[in-house]
Design a protein around this ligand. Structure first.
Ligand code: GSH
Length: 207
């Protein structure tokens, strides 16, 4: 397997999952800051020009965080990264979709790439502010609906935790936001996991 990633991008969540699984994989750097996602070499891998993309090792490439996370969890059942019952699995997918389809774009892409949301440069600060407000609102929604203990789902650690990690990391390391209590404790618990520590070190990032 090979993960196409950029340091500190949402691909870090898939990187954590690969470290949790513990099977050999390669990393391929797609430096978003240099526009490498738009180079023909990478567009031949992922025409969407986004990370993460996972080369599964069978000649096929998967894109979209929730799908990559689901595929990795289901094809490595011994790692126990998705609930084994149907209701639990559905709730895990529900969280992956909320984090990747709502929190990521409307909370953080609005802050990090305001030009994607408005042509007018004078509107960009409004996009950043709206992104911060949205992120805080989405985190409060997750906090109020928290059904887990340390981890997001009551059944224990899962790929949904790796997704929650990347938005928590952005909130506290890049956006200067504070997290509500369950999420704050969750981020601390994630940072204590050896798989997360290895991932951060490999991406050259501080805890
Ligand atoms: N829907 C995609 C979104 C992935 C995404 O937006 N990735 C960002 C990095 S966090 C990216 O590659 N951005 C590059 C760009 O927009 O040019 C997913 O869930 O995997």
């Amino acid at each position: 397997m090979k993960l196409h990633y950029s340091p500190g991008a949402c691909s870090i969540g898939i990187h954590v999952i690969l470290e949790e699984i513990g099977k050999p994989y390669d990393l391929s750097l797609v430096a978003l800051k240099d526009g490498a996602q738009y180079k023909p070499e990478y567009m031949a891998v992922n025409p969407k020009s986004k990370v993460p993309a996972l080369d599964r090792g069978d000649g096929k490439v998967l894109t979209e965080f929730p799908v990559i996370a689901f595929w990795l969890a289901k094809s490595n059942p011994e790692a126990g990264l998705i609930p084994s019952d149907f209701e639990g699995e559905v709730r895990c997918l529900e969280m992956l979709d909320y984090i990747c389809g709502t929190v990521h774009p409307h909370g953080f892409t609005r802050q990090f790439r305001p030009g994607n949301f408005s042509f007018r440069e004078e509107d960009h600060p409004k996009s950043v502010e709206l992104g911060k407000q949205n992120a805080q609102k989405y985190f409060d929604t997750i906090e109020k609906g928290w059904t887990g203990g340390t981890w997001l789902l009551p059944s224990g650690y899962s790929v949904a935790d790796a997704a929650l990690f990347f938005v928590e990391y952005w909130a506290t390391r890049r956006s200067g936001l504070s997290l509500p209590p369950h999420l704050d404790a969750h981020l601390k618990a994630m940072l204590a996991r050896p798989a997360v520590q290895r991932t951060l070190a490999q991406e050259g990032l501080a805890a």
